[in-house]
Write a protein that binds this ligand. Structure first.
Ligand code: ADP
Ligand code: MG
Ligand code: MG
Length: 661
């Protein structure tokens, strides 16, 4: 999650009044950070994941599964070790949007040692256990991106009914009691998004039309209570209507943050990972069921974009501009709009809306065009939440107001400048990935992405394609079973002039020149299946082959090697379509459930059976060979022996070098 400032929150009117102040001082803070730290070099590779777990409760008698509104009870206990001894924790915990969510990260970021890959899964498992130990009978920690019946009547424990007239979201489906209340941030965000846009948020997901789905499908909202006076005109036929920020922001995801050696490396990495965001979204798809219905989408992404959309009608273009400054094509929750490294400029082929005052100010302060453009684009947004204390900060020492805007631009990647008052370098965050039901899969996805960053940096690869094509890929990625049925724009050759002259990479180059099809067109990219992108073909090297080559050139202890091999095997099989995504498996489960009527409805009983099965799979009580074929990995929390071995080897190498000199 982003910044969690404590203090006295201002009303929306006050926040809006101070919007310009926030922007001016936020930019000033960025300029100061940039001037002070632009030459910071040689930070070590550090990285860490974030898992937003969901807590649920089963009623075995009634065959019902509920979202368990208990984060406010268990989080203070989970955070106790950090409060006692912040420098020595194995895990860290934070609140998230909903009271059924708990966010866990490793106690410290992982480092450059390969053995750290062997800790990820064990640490995720430990987090799950820590949560689980604080729950009662029939209550469980689950990891998946969307609760299939979130927003249905009686979907929580305890039960609450939405109060459309007095609540922050004014939703017909999502009661305010679901929002985590022990930090003011979440309810205020909810209220202010609605107040800023001057209407409820709305999104319609196309329903999956099964053999018995009524046509047209028109939902009767009267089961949600008294709908008199509730405007449901935004609902359209053959779609599932959502009307609450929480139905998006209350979804969970899997994020990874990397620290780069320098600002230049961070910018390079930020750009290089952008084309991978849709690919990882499709690979991790786990959200096919919304408000109790099977739908045509497999991922949460567009729902979140719509549910966090604070644009006014003038900004989004349905009314002429009168009071607002900009037409803004996308929600503040959206895929990245521009690359930020100087070398990437030619791939920025979409209009980027800028606050020109901010842009000029940055340019005057010797910030180059692309970085200035990125920041000036983020700063077209208003602050959504402001605390009184933030109005009296020292711009030379604080970064809170910069973070206020940066951390409420929820894009598929985030560029994270060093925060004030700590020794953290330039970081980037990879944000699209959906959560998987097992720690094994989550660790595999994280490991794959981190290894890819290592290979990209080591071989100086280039994955860039025009940003408009990445956006198109984001649309493809969310379609039902995109992994097997869609093709994605991807770069034909990833090597550059700077790519080192190793036999493996030279052979990729050779392949390229021998391949006549590449010469037929000027275009650097083409449409590929995810199988081709990941596993390669006779025309394309495949990301896994690059990773394997990278791994063959570094020293790995046997256990880590074994674990990584298993993760890469999962990635390979999933990309090939021989293992299902979580989303596809869920669809199969519903379709084959004895009480499913082929009418697109995922009833309480089906959801109960589905989540009970998932809980057992998560806890290794049942296997799920359609999704994950694994022997227990050798993941471990204690890597002391392997680290010692690594250090000894380093010392031996160093002494050999010294002796040779
Ligand atoms: P967010 O603002 O996205 O919530 P956090 O700062 O809470 O991000 O941390 C996200 C992840 O970044 C965690 O896994 C954490 O271990 C990791 N992390 C913390 N410090 C660093 C660092 N210096 N470099 C890279 N990753 C870090
Ligand atoms: Mg988070
Ligand atoms: Mg994060």
């Amino acid at each position: 999650m982003g910044l969690l400032t404590e203090g006295h929150p201002l009303s929306w009117e006050e926040t809006k009044k101070h919007a310009q102040y926030v922007r001016e001082h936020g930019v000033e803070q960025f300029i100061n950070t940039y001037k002070e730290l632009k030459d910071r070099r040689n930070d070590s590779l550090q990285w860490g994941d974030e898992v937003e777990f969901m807590i649920i409760r089963f009623d075995h008698e009634k065959k019902k599964v509920h979202l368990l509104l208990k984060a406010h009870e268990i989080l203070p206990i989970l955070m106790e070790p950090e409060n006692q001894n912040p420098d020595d924790c194995t895990t860290l915990w934070r609140p998230e949007y909903a009271d059924y969510m708990i966010e866990g990260t490793p106690g410290k970021p992982y480092g450059y040692l390969p053995v750290h890959f062997n800790m990820v899964e064990a640490n995720m498992r430990l987090r799950r256990q820590q949560g689980q130990e604080l729950l009662d009978k029939d209550e469980y920690v689950l990891s998946t991106s969307n609760f299939p019946r979130n927003g249905c009547p009686d979907c929580s424990w305890p039960t609450y009914k939405p109060t459309t007239d007095t609540s922050a979201s004014a939703s017909l489906f999502f009661p305010d009691e679901f929002i985590f209340a022990d930090h003011p941030r979440f309810k205020i965000l909810t209220r202010n998004i609605r107040l800023r846009r001057n209407s409820k948020v709305a999104f319609n997901i196309p329903i999956f039309i099964d053999t018995n789905t009524p046509r047209p499908f028109i939902e009767d909202f009267s089961i949600y209570g008294d709908t008199a006076g509730v405007n449901t005109t935004a609902a359209i036929k053959d779609h599932i209507y959502l009307d609450a920020i929480g139905l998006g922001t209350g979804c969970s995801c899997l994020q990874v943050t990397f620290q780069a050696q320098s600002i230049d490396e961070a910018r390079f990495l930020y750009d290089q990972l952008i084309p991978l965001t849709p690919i990882m979204l499709a690979m991790s798809a786990s959200s096919p069921i919304w408000r109790g219905y099977l739908t045509e989408i497999d991922c949460r992404w567009n729902v979140l974009c719509a549910m966090s959309d604070d644009r006014t009608t003038e900004e989004e273009g349905s009314e002429p501009l009168k009071n607002e400054c900009f037409r803004i094509p996308k929600s503040r929750y959206s895929s990245v709009d521009c690359y930020i490294s100087p070398d990437s400029a030619k791939y920025n082929d979409q209009e980027v809306v800028l606050d020109m005052n901010v842009f000029h100010k940055l340019i005057e302060n010797d910030i180059d065009h692309l970085l200035a453009q990125h920041i000036a684009h983020l700063f077209i947004r208003d602050p959504l939440i402001l605390f009184e204390e933030q109005l009296h900060l020292d711009d030379t020492k604080d970064t809170d107001l910069f973070e206020n805007i940066n951390s409420t631009n929820w894009q598929s990647m985030r560029f994270k400048p060093p925060p004030a008052d700590c020794d953290i370098g330039w970081r980037v965050e990879f944000r699209p990935t959906e959560l998987q039901m097992t720690d094994f899969e989550n660790a595999a996805l994280v490991t794959f992405i981190v290894l890819l960053t290592r290979a990209i940096l080591t071989y100086n690869l280039n994955l860039l394609i025009p940003i408009s094509n990445v956006d198109e890929n984001m649309k493809f990625a969310q379609q039902r079973d995109a992994l097997r049925h869609q093709k994605f724009h991807f770069r034909k050759s990833l090597t550059t002039e700077q790519t080192p002259d190793t036999p493996f990479l030279t052979s990729i180059q050779k392949n390229k020149s021998q391949e006549p099809e590449y010469d037929k067109t000027e275009c650097e990219h083409c449409l590929m299946t995810i199988n081709e992108i990941i596993n390669g073909s006779n025309k394309f090297v495949g990301l896994l082959n690059i990773i394997q080559n990278y791994l063959s050139n570094i020293d790995l202890d046997a256990d880590t090697q074994d674990t990584i091999n298993q993760y890469l095997d999962l990635i390979s099989r999933r990309a090939a379509g021989t293992l299902m995504t979580n989303a596809t498996w869920m669809r199969h489960f519903v379709a084959n459930h004895p009480v499913y009527k082929h009418d697109s409805v995922v009833t309480d009983e089906i959801a109960y059976d589905l989540l009970w099965k998932m809980t057992k799979i998560t806890n290794d009580e049942e296997e799920c060979p359609e999704v994950v074929r694994k022997k227990p990995s050798k993941t471990t929390l204690d890597v002391t022996a392997a680290v010692e071995q690594d250090n000894n080897e380093l010392e031996i190498k160093q002494s050999l070098i010294n002796n040779n000199q």
